[in-house]
Write a protein of this length. Structure first.
Length: 224
């Protein structure tokens, strides 16, 4: 057994060991029914080690869907910019320690109560090792696709491919600031005296005691 396969086997054994015999209902650490969306980066390396030989990008989505029996379906999909797609899913059940676990024919998956993800499955001759964290509004997952002795003559049988998911829930649009009422003074108006845009001097008749009418010049506010 080579080094990388031995590591995968150790991780797999640990995940199986920590699964409890009985499960109880627990709160799920991530949003259910609302897709985490974002970008995907793909890097390919020689299976025996070495520099990166390929990089690509795409759109990614992670979705947790509630099932009628109290379980949750964990789905990961991606569409590459240059063609191709990725679609993985499994079903998780609540455990007594607050984690969510699933054991499909391909292998086990766990999401802890704090949102840490660990999945080790076997698909089409490749080990699929998924790690990372998704909780609250953001998620960052890394999927390593590692060839095995059973990979055969697949085009990428000699490559280890790393998929990096950087996703988040959609942020609400900021509320627009309310428009000021039409009759409210503008900012430039406030620069004048007492909220006036300008002040004009006008002739005004005033009554005075004993002298009758008098003509005076008085300031007059012009708001517009």
């Amino acid at each position: 057994m080579t080094g990388r396969y031995r590591i995968a086997a150790i991780l797999l054994a640990g995940l199986l060991t920590c699964a409890p015999a009985a499960a109880e209902t627990a709160s799920f650490p991530a949003a259910i029914g609302e897709a985490y969306a974002g970008r995907l980066t793909i890097d390919a390396f020689p299976a025996d080690g070495g520099m990166r030989i390929y990089r690509a990008w795409g759109d990614a989505e992670v979705l947790f869907s509630a099932l009628d029996d109290g379980q949750v379906r964990f789905s990961t999909t991606a569409t590459l910019d240059d063609g191709g797609s990725l679609d993985l899913s499994t079903v998780l059940a609540p455990a007594a320690d607050g984690a969510w676990r699933g054991l499909s024919a391909a292998g086990p998956t766990e999401i802890s109560a704090s949102g840490r993800v660990l999945s080790i499955t076997y698909l089409d001759g490749f080990h699929m090792v998924l790690t990372g964290e998704i909780a609250g509004e953001d998620g960052r997952l890394t999927l390593r696709r590692i060839p095995t002795e059973d990979t055969g003559t697949a085009p990428d049988a000699d490559m280890m491919t790393v998929f990096l998911f950087d996703v988040s829930l959609p942020r609400p649009e900021p509320e627009p600031e309310p428009e000021p009422p039409l009759d409210a003074p503008s900012a430039s108006t406030a620069e004048g005296r007492d909220g006036c845009k300008r002040v004009e001097w006008r002739l005004v008749n005033r009554w005075t005691w004993g002298n009758g009418l008098r003509l005076d010049r008085e300031p007059h506010c012009v708001p517009n």
